[in-house]
Design a protein around this ligand. Structure first.
Ligand SMILES: Cc1cc2nc3c(=O)[nH]c(=O)nc-3n(C[C@H](O)[C@H](O)[C@H](O)COP(=O)(O)OP(=O)(O)OC[C@H]3O[C@@H](n4cnc5c(N)ncnc54)[C@H](O)[C@@H]3O)c2cc1C
Length: 374
């Protein structure tokens, strides 16, 4: 990029940032900001998250990565990062966004015409909220070992088994899931990708309380739950390829530094009157690391190329571990009054290096890619 072009991009970005700020100023009520600030898990209190979803939808900004033709904002990666950053600084609620981030883009790419017409508008409007039914006991990092049985009977699959750690299953009315329809030579064979209505008879959601005592994820039991064959995405037994494509979309729409920026804002609030030199020095060092992370994210995601696997594994591990150290600082700095909220956020931040693939498995992926490139 030459200097003139560079200047034009910067001017455009400054204008975009100003537009985002003006919108956030007008659209974020004190109650929405309070809900954003109080967020301890991966999404804000559900009523606030839904209200914020509707306001973003009314502005045409709820689906940053979707193409404009499908009702998305059609933003570049740099615009998405600017938006994310400004939302963090303004304490916007965090959306319950599985529909927007993962299943929506997947359906745009490979859903049937009927599936697109039925689900995409409902995701945008905030009428449908989706949870992800992938993990099972014994099938987390080794996801392809999943066993939830789906037997074809006429025009339906009959499901028996259980999913676990399903974030927001109690707030969602739909689930996208991987089920076993056959035993293949490889464990990746014989997996099928289904769209499931959570109101289907035979589905029970049981809450699981995490270390902090909070309820965000669940166990979901299936007992002879019938899912129409029309709700399959891709071919029977070929759901692994569908899941891999979905992960690619998830990588493209996940920004990582925004969550750390939010945690840093909480630490700064906790330290407003702090005079402890050691704590202030820790904060300064973490702030430098966060600024470096944001620059890295812009470099890796902001270019012309979409995020590749290595870039997103790198960002995921760096960001989640920094997030945990910032949450630890906020806890150490918290006085008596701020302690319960800081402890709650600290304990929930421990989960960040486990979900979306554990950091150990991301390091394995990184190593494999680096060795492959040698
Ligand atoms: C807060 C939270 C929300 C979640 N939400 C969802 C959800 O909505 N939907 C969903 O489907 N799942 C969800 N999960 C599940 C998550 O995807 C799994 O927990 C994760 O994939 C790890 O699987 P596991 O828990 O079975 O641990 P295991 O895979 O059993 O791993 C146990 C330990 O062994 C390590 N390990 C495993 N294999 C290797 C290896 N090859 N090399 C080195 N180390 C290894 C792991 O890193 C980990 O430290 C969520 C988890 C959490 C914590």
């Amino acid at each position: 990029m030459g200097p003139a072009m560079d200047m034009a991009v910067r001017t455009d970005e400054a204008a975009f940032r100003a537009e985002v700020r003006a919108f956030l100023d007008a659209a974020l009520t004190p109650a929405l900001r309070a809900a954003g600030r109080a967020t301890w898990g991966t999404y804000s209190e559900i009523d606030a998250a839904r209200e914020w979803h509707r306001r973003l939808h009314a502005r045409g900004w709820v689906a940053p990565v979707w193409p404009v033709a499908h009702g998305g904002a059609g933003w570049t990666a740099r615009q998405r990062l600017i938006f994310e950053h400004e939302c963090a600084l303004a304490d916007a609620p965090i959306l319950f966004a599985g529909g927007i981030r993962t299943i929506g883009p997947l359906l745009i790419a490979m859903g049937s015409a009927e599936q697109k017409a039925r689900y995409l508008p409902a995701i945008l409007a905030g009428a449908d909220f989706w949870c992800q039914g992938f993990s099972e006991t014994g099938a987390g990092s080794d996801l392809a070992a999943l066993q939830l049985k789906a037997v074809r009977e006429g025009e339906a699959y009959v499901l028996d088994g259980a999913k676990i750690w399903t974030t927001g299953a109690h707030d969602a009315n739909r689930m996208f899931a991987l089920v076993r329809t056959a035993k293949g030579e490889k464990k990746q064979d014989g997996i099928t990708f289904l769209l499931i209505d959570m109101a289907t008879p035979g589905i029970t959601v049981r809450p699981i309380h995490s270390l902090s005592g909070d309820h965000e994820f669940n166990e979901v039991i299936f007992e002879e739950a019938r899912v129409p064959v029309s709700q399959r995405v891709g071919a029977e037994n070929e759901g692994w390829a569908v899941a891999k494509l979905l992960m690619r979309f998830a990588r493209q729409s996940n920004t990582t530094s925004g969550l750390v920026r939010r945690a840093m804002a909480a630490a700064k609030r906790a330290m407003a009157d702090c005079t402890d030199a050691a704590l202030l020095a820790r904060r300064a060092a973490l702030e430098i690391e966060l600024t470096a992370l944001e620059a890295l994210e812009l470099r890796l995601l902001g270019g012309a190329q979409a995020a590749d696997e290595a870039a997103s594994s790198l960002l995921k591990t760096v960001a989640t571990e920094l997030h945990q150290r910032v949450a630890e600082l906020a806890l150490d700095a918290a006085g008596v009054e701020a302690f319960p909220a800081a402890a709650r956020k600290y304990l929930n931040a421990r989960a960040a290096s486990i979900y979306s693939g554990t950091n150990e498995t991301h390091r394995n992926l990184l190593a494999a890619q680096l060795i492959g490139r040698l």
